[in-house]
Design a binder for this molecule. Structure first.
Ligand SMILES: [Zn+2]
Length: 72
């Protein structure tokens, strides 16, 4: 049985490709992407990324421009 002890996190899908530094950076971004994003208007979680830097909140129906990959 093989035990996958991966510290590669979400970048594990690349295997050994693309280099460690790049994969580590990607993990950092994807980790933030994975958690629910907070809408800056109604403070509720669950904003969806429509496109690069374009976000939409399902609650207040606002569409807004913000960070590319995640909201702070
Ligand atoms: Zn909202």
């Amino acid at each position: 049985m093989t035990t996958k002890s991966k510290k590669t996190k979400s970048a594990g899908r690349f295997g050994s490709r693309h280099g460690k530094t790049v994969r580590d950076k990607l993990v950092k971004v994807e980790k933030k992407q994975k958690v629910k994003q907070k809408c800056p208007f109604c403070e509720k979680l669950g904003s969806k990324r429509v496109s690069k830097g374009v976000w939409e909140c399902p609650r207040c129906k606002k569409k807004f421009a913000s960070n590319t990959y995640y909201l702070d």
